[in-house]
Design a protein around this ligand. Sequence first.
Ligand SMILES: Cc1ncc(COP(=O)(O)O)c(C=O)c1O
Length: 394
Amino acid sequence: MTSDFLKYQAQTSTHPLAMEVSHAKGSYIYDTTNKQYLDFVAGVSACPLGHNHPKVVSAIKEQLDKYMHVMVYGEYAQQPAVALSKLIASQLPEPFEKTYLTNSGTEAIEGALKLAKRATGRSEIIAANKAYHGNTMGSMSVMGFEERKQAFRPLLPNVRFIDFNNSAHLNQITEHTACVILETIQGGAGFIEPTNGYLEKVRTRCTQVGALLILDEIQPGIGRTGKLFGFENYNCTPDIIVTGKGLGGGMPIGAFTASSALMDLLQDNPKLGHITTFGGHPVIAASALATLKEIIESRLMQQALEKEALFRKLLVHPLISEIRGKGLMLALILPDAEKVNHLILTAQNQGLILFWLLFEPKAVRITPPLTISNSEITEGCQTILDILDQIIDD
Ligand SMILES: Cc1ncc(COP(=O)(O)O)c(C=O)c1O
């Protein structure tokens, strides 16, 4: 299969891991030789309930037996999408009421940026250096990493970049600014948390000048940081919330949520201000609904913090200078990229899945399913420590 994978499936990774996947269950993925891999990555934060959670699988199967795609987004009332949007609203403070469901995170970012322009009549967008919001043209325009953008220019005009956590840069947000878009916790940059009331200060400045605040919760959202939405940790409420990844419970999804007053603008001048064929797909929405219900009704969010504490207690090693992040969104910082590569590749050989972060070569991603058990955490951490010991011995 690997040779066909490399020959027929377009590759953009220079070194794909190329594991031949057979099946997956709970915290484990199995390859075609039936070797099991403990998953500390969860499809890059996209499988909060692990693999093939029985409640998610049965919700999908039940919906499959009723109907799949029947109409483009927003024309027919379809129970899974309606119930999902209502459940999201029930978990948010006023005035968040309406959710637009998309097929991916980046598409939800596009919708949010369009909504901010439409609502303010302004075109300037402010984003953060080292930000990652997706790979379509609008999202890429607000990506704060020039090296990955240069070949694709021209991108959106009128985008300015500020340093995340630098309050001195906030005066660049002005009456010309349509929106400020930030990840609540910067992901690709190395799991950088907002500090010193930064998000609160951004909120205040946006309100002062009439700019909208968009928080990208695609990675920190849906329980990973101990709260349903990451921003609940930082005393800051945005105008538009963008979610994705874990919301789908292993199925492709994105969503942006705002007040009715804002969202209704997409109905008018022009009408059909954002359209999609498959957004809100009933099978995907059924999977997301089952996932979100399980996360809200279980203790998984509180446990994310207890499990973070266990990771931090176990992962003490001279080669780990720092563990960044919150809850089950953690990054080990090693001395250099070579050691990171060695750890990730050796761990995979030994049956433990770890991964890189986009823009921080010294970081090792640990974003396991929220359902991971304490004994699985202990087992995986021991593998990491053994490999790091070996690096020192060599
Ligand atoms: C913070 C953040 N925003 C946006 C995206 C894009 O989401 P998607 O890959 O579903 O388009 C990602 C994906 O990694 C992300 O981590």
